[in-house]
Write a protein that binds this ligand. Sequence first.
Ligand SMILES: [Ca+2]
Ligand SMILES: [Ca+2]
Length: 114
Amino acid sequence: MPGAGVALKEGKQICVELGGAMVVPQSTKELQTILNMCSCSSFWIDCNDIQEEGTWVCSDGEGTIDKQDKRWMNGQPDSNNGNEDCAVGRIAGWHNWGCGTTHKLICQRPVRAL
Ligand SMILES: [Ca+2]
Ligand SMILES: [Ca+2]
């Protein structure tokens, strides 16, 4: 996506329209590969703790992500008064971030056999 990125809600919708879903990197290596590909400093990860503070739910069918998961950057997720309920990928790992901010959007789609 060009420009400064998109809001989370808009991003989810765009990915669905493309027949995919927002990405959830499975490893720090994958996260860094994505950052290289998009030449961006941050992108949305489809996990949030909106429903219950501290319980990170990802919508890729993986369920919840532990706060101790090593994909989070050191010290993240922090609470920031409970205002950072969405997840963003950055070079050193995942951060929790305000859901109302804008970041690059990465959609993934299942590979279809030809
Ligand atoms: Ca939170
Ligand atoms: Ca944070």
